[in-house]
Design a protein around this ligand. Structure first.
Ligand code: ZN
Ligand code: ZN
Length: 531
């Protein structure tokens, strides 16, 4: 399945993508065939192409057996158009069963409804008078006067123009694309009846480019052929965001020239190595993304991260990496520590195995991170990091630090700027096995410096005695959340007032946390009234 919408409108011409072909259809012809809200293809009896009427001697509704009047809407049941169902009966069936479970008794083809409806559209257009082109150049003023079919052999020339991304990739999957000079892609916007413009065209409504996955073998074969012949990395993309998944990641990396004047945010995700394998050979920082603001890489796409070239003075607003398997990031894990330039980054989020990439990142010396989130669900996600020395992983200044599950173990390994003030520190874990190492450390051995808001959840409450907070710290809020006595077994054994917290304005003890209130050594101070 390629798009949600199977038709793209340009001026008065529709590009209709069907399973086998691409049709360019004039608006008048297109209106003869309509898709109802439930996506069934309907056509007025009188508008059934002549050839179709000859195929079906007469059109009979399979449900009511009434021969349709010329202006009645009918919905063909199969590609051969043996029988149809009338609009009245569709409504009737929908009310009763919520579905239209009627198939042509001669064909009994079982296909997904969408493919099926696409094929019927294809048949209806093929039955209309039409021509098949061997070559066509698409220009901003392109229009057709009659139904025009493009096949897998049709050569489509794009020369110094901007094209909506969905039309471009549709052409790449269905035809032979020839690119001359330069081509830029813009995002899709159904509200504009415009898919082809002058080069450099940008419209405010077109902000996102999607390159989905799940293409058929036929489509992939066609696009591979196209990729071979078009100049390497010749495609500019003028959009705010590029989203690619699965095969789409491979296609993007093959054709995209990298960031130009504008750096789009990148969201890439794939679970197959073959989608990124050939790019691993390329030099680091070779795909220019310049001043990218948002980078979200998942699965094997994480391996592409070192290949991205970021501008020296750039500040990334949010960098998210996530991987469910060590195999997905095996190459990046071989890299030296501090070898991957990130520069300044506001929010950094590493999930599961990518937590191990943290020491590989080189963050700007004067960086001020708003948020660092490390989250690992499996013990093997952090084994490599656990081998690191304490205070060896430089993260600079951090305002909010959140460690979840196994990643809590990484806290002693982090080195924050000496003058750092943590506005919020959150440690969150529900099983003791997730923090076995940190629980072995001495009390007051993990330096966290000044902390304004400290939140410990579940078993992480047991870490409180291990933390060393700045002697002159004044905490805004201490929050402990315990809903299972097992979370506080060790603290319960300690002496009263033995866990130093210092000055604090508000203590929030949730659930069973009240059980350890007298173990805490804190001085409540009145919050300053805020006007
Ligand atoms: Zn009927
Ligand atoms: Zn049939």
């Amino acid at each position: 399945m390629m798009f949600e919408t199977t038709a793209l409108k340009h001026r008065k011409t529709f590009f209709v993508f069907t399973h086998q072909s691409l049709f360019l259809v004039p608006e008048d012809e297109y209106k003869r065939i309509c898709q109802s809200e439930d996506r069934y293809v309907c056509v007025e009896r009188k508008n059934l192409p002549d050839a179709a009427s000859r195929v079906m001697e007469r059109v009979i509704c399979i449900v009511c057996h009434e021969e349709e009047k010329m202006e009645d809407l009918v919905s063909p049941l199969c590609r051969q158009i043996h029988l149809a169902i009338c609009r009245k009966c569709i409504e009737y069936l929908k009310k009763r069963t919520n579905k239209r479970e009627v198939v042509c008794p001669y064909c009994k083809e079982k296909k997904s409804d969408k493919t099926y409806q696409e094929e019927i559209i294809c048949v209806l257009f093929s039955l209309m008078p039409h021509k098949t082109l061997h070559i066509i150049e698409l220009r901003p003023d392109t229009e057709v006067e009659m139904v025009t079919r493009l096949t897998r052999e049709t050569k489509v020339v794009l020369d110094n123009i901007a094209v909506a991304a969905s039309l471009f990739f549709g052409l790449m999957f269905k035809t032979v694309v020839a690119i001359r000079n330069s081509v830029s892609l813009v995002g899709d916007d159904d509200s504009l009846d415009w898919c082809i413009g002058d080069l450099g065209w940008r419209t405010s409504g077109r902000t996102q480019v999607f390159i989905g996955g799940g293409y058929t073998d036929e489509e992939m074969e066609q696009i591979r052929g196209n990729i071979k012949t078009i100049p390497k990395k010749s495609i500019q993309i003028n959009a705010k965001e590029i989203h690619a998944v699965g095969d789409g990641v491979y296609i993007l990396l093959k054709v995209w020239a990298g960031a130009g004047e504008y750096s789009p945010d990148l969201f890439l995700k794939t679970s197959k190595k073959e989608h990124i394998e050939e790019f691993l050979k390329e030099e680091n920082s070779s795909l220019w993304v310049g001043r990218v603001k948002r980078l979200d890489l998942g699965g094997y796409a994480v391996e592409i991260f070192p290949k991205l070239g970021l501008s020296e003075e750039n500040e990334v607003k949010k960098l998210s990496l996530g991987s469910d398997s060590p195999a997905e990031i095996s190459e990046i894990l071989k890299m030296e520590n501090n070898s991957i330039w990130v520069g300044k980054v506001k929010r950094l989020e590493l999930k599961d195995y990518t937590v191990q990439i943290l020491p590989k990142l080189r963050i700007h010396g004067e960086n001020m991170m708003k948020e660092l989130v490390l989250n690992s669900n499996y013990p093997s996600c952090i084994t490599k990091v656990l081998g690191a020395e304490n205070n060896s992983i430089w993260v600079g200044k951090v305002k909010r630090l959140e460690l979840k599950y196994y990643a809590v173990e990484i806290l002693p390994k982090l080195r924050m700027h000496g003058e750092n003030v943590l506005e919020e520190l959150v440690l969150d874990t529900y099983y003791s096995k997730q923090i076995t190492e940190i629980l072995k450390t001495d009390n007051s051995s993990i330096w966290v410096g000044r902390v304004e808001m400290l939140g410990l959840f579940g078993y992480a409450v047991e870490i409180l005695p291990k933390l060393r907070i700045h002697g002159e710290n004044v905490m805004e809020e201490l929050r402990l959340d315990v809903f299972f006595l097992g979370h506080i077994t060790e603290i319960l054994k300690t002496k009263d007032k033995s866990v130093w917290v210092g000055k604090v304005k508000k203590v929030r003890l949730e659930g069973l946390a009240k059980e350890i209130e007298n173990k805490l050594d804190f001085t409540l101070i009145a919050p300053v009234d805020q006007e």
